[in-house]
Design a protein. Structure first.
Length: 208
């Protein structure tokens, strides 16, 4: 499975004329399917960070990993030390360092992912950064059920008709990513406001 980047260019339509690429390949998990109402209960972020800090081998990354946690998946991205390119191209050297890390750590990462899924009920996606290079190795594609009225459907159909997306599903994913890119400050405030609520929920009784 090939890694992919989760970045938009300055123009939201740039590079998308040939069709939206959609979510990345499925990560490790039960068939790559969403759990819907059976999603795993909330987890304490500090506890997850501590668990990974204890499980990850020393020397893999230059510092603490970047964790992104939702109901279905934990994404772990670590920073690798930059290689000395010498007379070579620095960008190629960084890409090579990421590729080497991906290949050499695959079996260990799979073992850690299996243990994390057993503990937290979520699949694990891995990624690495080196300098300004960043690659996500795997990412879970989760279908999301939603009901849209005609005005919203027309927005999606316009994106499809314009060649921005291949289908309504792709158009919806594109729209969500666009909102996330351009409303990051507002989403950040919302996440901060919800953090206390999530911590309280995580301490509450969990259904089996």
């Amino acid at each position: 499975m090939h890694g992919h980047h989760h970045r938009f260019s300055d123009s939201p339509f740039a590079g998308l004329r040939g069709g939206f690429r959609g979510p990345g390949p499925r990560g490790r998990g039960p068939g790559g399917r969403g759990r819907g109402a059976d999603s795993a209960p909330p987890v304490d972020r500090a506890e997850v960070a501590g668990w990974f800090a204890g499980r990850l081998p020393d020397g893999w990354f230059t510092g603490p990993v970047e964790l992104t946690i939702d109901r279905d998946e934990i994404t772990v991205v670590g920073t690798l030390p930059e290689p000395s390119a010498g007379e070579g191209d620095p960008a190629a050297a960084r890409a090579g360092r990421i590729a080497r890390f991906r290949e050499e750590t695959r079996s260990q990462r799979m073992g850690i992912a299996d243990a994390a899924q057993e503990r937290y009920g979520r699949s694990v996606a891995w990624g690495a950064a080196c300098g300004d290079a960043r690659e996500l190795f795997t990412s879970l594609s989760v279908p999301v059920m939603t009901r849209l009225r005609q005005p919203e459907r027309l927005v999606l159909d316009t994106l499809v008709d314009a060649g921005v997306a291949r289908s309504r599903s792709d158009a919806l994913a594109w729209a969500v990513r666009l909102v996330g890119e351009h409303a990051e400050s507002w989403l950040g405030e919302l996440r901060d406001a919800m953090a206390a609520v999530e911590e309280v929920r995580a301490r509450g009784p969990r259904s089996e």
